[in-house]
Write a protein that binds this ligand. Structure first.
Ligand code: GLC
Ligand code: CA
Length: 568
């Protein structure tokens, strides 16, 4: 694999609204991020991805952009942004912005002009189509519920397309003028000194231009927007063009958000000539999903989680480096979602951290993950802000769930779980703001917060620091970053084991994902304990002498990284 500057880094996602509020208006901001750069540096972070900070009406929390060239006043000014870039640079932290170009906001000047003159030049920036006698042109369902088509105000039979909310009209990538506007904007930001982009919902930019009905997959008579994507060919032409015209001249770091791709397509995404540098590995996150909605999801075991990772790594590590996450701003908190109930404690959280950071890939932490922040308990649907949770709640009710039950199922998956304010201290509102936070803080901020964990040698935060440091470790760094990942002890249940085979060193990662202790027999002789979430002082002396393996006693939810003899 050709080495890249970002391979040995750890990335960190900031959800700006909820990270740190510097002026106490209840909304996190750029000055707040600046206050915490030293904290991030200390954690070992080398890349920071900031979710959208552009001007926005916030229908979808900034993923509806009304001006790509402006910072939303809620977050600060362009001067703040420039200051942030300079301060980050001093600390050798690369800043990555969110690139949301499948759609914009209905308040964007382009769309406002299109509304005034749908047949004029700006009408062609969007997908505006005639309906069928006042009904939408076809039966596709948007990701946030309802038809993807919305009537154009003032026209009985004209509709515009929106894959997400109706306030997020899709941009017409078939129009070369629109594409050039986007590339110019990308170059403008790269010139400012950002390192690159996380590329939002990008696979949606190519549509099935026939705009035809598909068989309905729910009682609403609609079919999922993703069905259409299967018939939309040619997205790669757009992506390669964008790379050539906008990313490549700046050697930008790009990481794509995409869900539906076939293993054989991976080369084209992140291979040597790929259109992106990396993409997120969502394999474990797709488990348990149901076409019917959140109310119909199935619980996922850690063994399934493990299998999904192994399957994905087997295919991907030959081709490129994907990014590993356990959560992001669209997902519930990883520790609440994946860990069995009896493992939802500091030991279990460290175990999950270890699996994610020791798997082959670029680790992406989401704010608060490093202290083990958990899902929030929502007492009423009124506490929920997220547009997608509100839709799933409606779907659950329609399917006959009681209000209580519906709240329970959407609470488990709600995107707001990850969007509650960062828990900095035991002060009111977790030290996030002195004002009233835009979304209330999780009640557990006194038990789970940075201030407390920074002082404690055995905290989740300290363990993250140790894991992160391993990527740059003179002895093990090469193995942790580039070592081949191979399953180990796959036959065990409630267990995750894998090797990382580097040039010089072989590491064996062992995770006992159950409350009960057990003894595992490993094939190669163990040489050294590199990391242990129990600080159990495990003595390997005597074990290494075993001819055909070592017996490793493990406590419940123990996680170990061992250096072992080479066996391959
Ligand atoms: C991506 C974002 C999500 C947003 C959607 C529409 O999936 O991560 O937050 O709602 O795109 O922009
Ligand atoms: Ca603020």
């Amino acid at each position: 694999m050709k080495k890249k500057w970002w391979h040995d880094k750890v990335a960190y996602q900031i959800y700006p609204k909820s990270f740190k509020d510097s002026n106490d208006d209840g909304i996190g901001d750029l000055q707040g991020i600046m206050e915490k750069l030293d904290y991030l540096k200390e954690l070992g972070v080398g890349i920071v991805w900031i979710s959208p900070i552009y001007s926005s009406p916030f229908v979808d929390q900034g993923y509806d952009i009304s001006d790509y060239y402006a910072i939303d006043p809620a977050f600060g000014t362009m001067e703040d942004m420039e200051e942030l870039l300079a301060e980050a640079k001093k600390r050798d932290i690369a800043i990555v912005m969110d690139l949301v170009v499948n759609h914009c906001s209905d308040q964007h000047e382009w769309f406002q002009k299109a509304l005034k003159d749908p047949f004029g030049p700006y009408g062609k920036y969007f997908y505006i189509r005639e309906g069928k006698n006042g009904n939408p042109p076809c039966n596709w369902r948007s990701y946030f519920g309802g038809s993807v088509w919305e009537q154009l105000p003032g026209y009985d039979n004209l509709f515009y397309l929106h894959m997400f909310a109706k306030e997020q009209p899709d941009l017409n990538w078939e129009n070369p003028k629109l594409r050039q506007e986007i590339y110019e904007m990308i170059r403008w930001w790269l010139k400012k000194g950002i390192a690159g982009f996380r590329v939002d919902a990008i696979i949606n930019i190519k549509k099935d231009l026939r705009f035809q009905d598909f068989p309905a997959d729910r009682e609403d008579g609609l079919c999922a927007g993703t069905t259409m994507l299967k018939y939309a060919c040619g997205v790669m032409d757009f992506l390669q063009e964008m790379k050539r015209e906008a990313f490549e001249p700046f050697d930008a770091f790009t990481i794509g958000e995409l869900f539906d791709f076939q293993p054989q397509e991976l080369e084209r995404y992140i291979g040597e000539q790929g259109c992106f540098e990396s993409i997120f590995d969502f394999a474990p996150h797709l488990l348990g999903e149901s076409e019917n909605g959140w109310y119909d999801r199935r619980n996922v075991s850690m063994d399934e989680f493990r299998d999904a990772i192994f399957e994905s790594k087997a295919v991907t590590q030959e081709i490129g480096m994907m990014a590993n996450i356990i959560e992001n701003h669209d997902e519930p908190r990883g520790v609440s979602r994946y860990l069995p109930k009896d493992g939802q404690n500091e030991r279990g959280k460290k175990l999950l951290a270890g699996i994610s950071l020791m798997s082959f890939g670029l680790p992406f932490l989401y704010q608060g993950q490093e202290i083990g922040m958990t899902n929030k308990e929502f007492c009423s649907i009124e506490e929920v802000d997220d547009i997608s949770t509100l839709d799933e709640y409606r779907v659950a009710l329609e399917h006959g769930l009681s209000k209580e039950k519906a709240l329970l199922v959407v609470s488990e998956m709600s995107r707001d779980n990850a969007r509650t304010p960062m828990q900095w201290s035991r002060e009111a509102h977790g030290g996030f703001t002195k004002g009233t936070p835009w979304l209330s803080v999780n009640e557990n901020y006194r038990e789970i917060c940075v201030e407390e964990q920074e002082r404690r040698e055995d905290s989740v935060l300290t363990f993250y620091k140790k894991l992160i440091a391993l990527r740059k470790d003179p002895e093990y760094g090469e193995t942790v970053v580039y070592g081949r990942q191979e399953p180990a002890l796959e036959e065990l249940q409630d267990f995750i084991g894998f090797y990382r085979k580097g040039k010089e060193k072989t590491l064996l990662v062992l995770a006992n994902v159950q409350r009960e202790k057990r003894t595992v027999c490993i094939a190669p002789a163990a040489k050294r304990v590199v990391l242990d979430n129990c600080d159990s002082g495990l003595e390997l002396k005597g074990m290494a002498g075993w001819k055909d393996g070592s017996q490793i006693p493990m406590k419940g939810y123990q996680f170990l990284i061992l250096e072992v003899e080479e066996i391959f």
